[in-house]
Design a protein around this ligand. Structure first.
Ligand code: ZN
Length: 367
């Protein structure tokens, strides 16, 4: 077993389910002791009990770097046996293999090996512990609370089923609460009332029209109505209130930030319709011609010995927090499957390749 596999397994054994702060600390201790103290510094910050870890070269201002590597140590809930890693051929099974301790271990080795080679970089590794529940206290606090920034962010949280890809675009997200009010009356005399559900149904149709929402698999906005309801308990009464929640995943041609999108919707829907953002995230809209994106894709093409595509993702990651501040951000990851499901696995050789890609990319940034 390689040294990297051993570290990987040590991290996988930590039951870092979001909010299990003790196990997150155990994993952070493994990371801290991994980096030689004469070359690297380890910092921590905390928000609402969620601790994040930052590793940087000595003397580097980790809140203002040229390059930030990012990942999350937390995983979604899983039974105990999923924290007992199992290697089968080239596959390693455990909770968090693909999402995303494989990415973490690749970044750790790449960064440390640059230091061991006697090189230094204006670079930091940021590891959060709340990505799976929204990331507000990790990546969110990093950019909003600490006002920390970087000229480029590489997030190793883009696992793929089939082949390695660089993700430069991710859809923005809004969980939008839509509320309407009316006036109740007996339903045999609806002219005496004002039906709030009718207004809501019209508003929802308008939202789909304004956002040009589709349901096809493409780089297009989607809008899923996940909930619709009213306090009304009687079928023979005109409802005087109604509420719905729509999950909108939007692309850059409609808006970059959730607030922009909601402003646009509010202007068209008018004051009669109340709109509230429950959860919001910006579009990751990195130029695929960005020199770093091109560099990573060239290196990855060599490592994988084939043309590597720059693509997009329908999901939302911590990357959106960096994008919300205009930082160019790209995602890379391991090959595997079943993240957030049973039998999550990662391909071990893809972890090694990811380490090689990140190492060579870092090496190119050494001046
Ligand atoms: Zn993840």
């Amino acid at each position: 077993m390689s040294d990297m596999q051993t570290t990987f397994i040590d991290l996988l054994k930590c039951k870092t389910i979001t909010k299990n702060h003790e196990e997150v600390k155990r994993a952070f201790d493994i990371v801290e002791s991994f980096f030689p103290k004469d070359i690297f510094e380890v910092h921590y910050f905390e928000s609402n009990g969620f601790v994040s870890q930052v590793v940087s070269f000595k003397g580097v201002d980790w809140k203002d770097t040229d390059l930030l590597l990012n990942g999350h140590m937390d995983v979604v809930p899983a039974p105990d046996e999923d924290f007992d890693p199992r290697v089968d051929g080239d596959k390693i099974f455990a909770r968090g293999t693909s999402d995303m301790k494989g990415g973490i271990v690749a970044m750790m080795y790449a960064l440390r090996d640059i230091g061991l080679a006697g090189k230094s970089l204006n670079c930091a590794l940021l590891l959060n512990s709340d990505e799976e529940i929204g990331g507000q206290n990790g990546a969110g606090y990093f950019v909003d609370g600490l006002k920390a920034k970087s000229k480029f962010v590489l997030v190793a949280d883009g696992p793929q089923f089939d082949e390695f890809r660089i993700t430069a675009k991710e859809k923005g997200v809004v969980w939008l609460e839509v509320k309407t009010k009316g006036k109740s009356s007996h339903s045999s005399r609806p002219w005496l009332g004002d039906n709030a559900l009718d207004k809501l149904i019209k508003a929802l149709a308008d939202i789909k029209r304004i956002t040009d929402a589709t349901e096809i698999e493409d780089w297009k906005t989607t809008a899923n109505i996940g909930f619709i309801g009213t306090d009304n308990q009687a079928y023979n009464k005109v409802p005087d209130n109604a509420r719905a929640v729509v999950d909108i995943r939007f692309t850059e041609d409609i808006a970059l930030h959730p607030e922009q999108l909601v402003e646009k919707l509010q202007a068209e829907l008018g004051d009669e319709v109340e709109l509230n953002i429950i959860v919001g995230g910006s579009v990751v809209n990195t130029d695929i011609e960005h020199p770093f994106v091109k560099e990573i894709s060239q290196i990855a093409s060599q490592v994988y010995n084939k043309d590597i595509q720059v693509g997009f993702s329908h999901a939302a990651h911590d990357a959106r927090y960096f994008a919300s501040k205009g930082m160019p951000t790209a995602l890379v990851g391991t090959i595997g499957a079943n993240w957030h499901a049973q039998d999550e696995w990662a391909d071990l050789s893809s972890v090694e390749k990811l380490r090689d890609i990140i190492y060579q990319f870092l090496e190119k940034q050494v001046k």
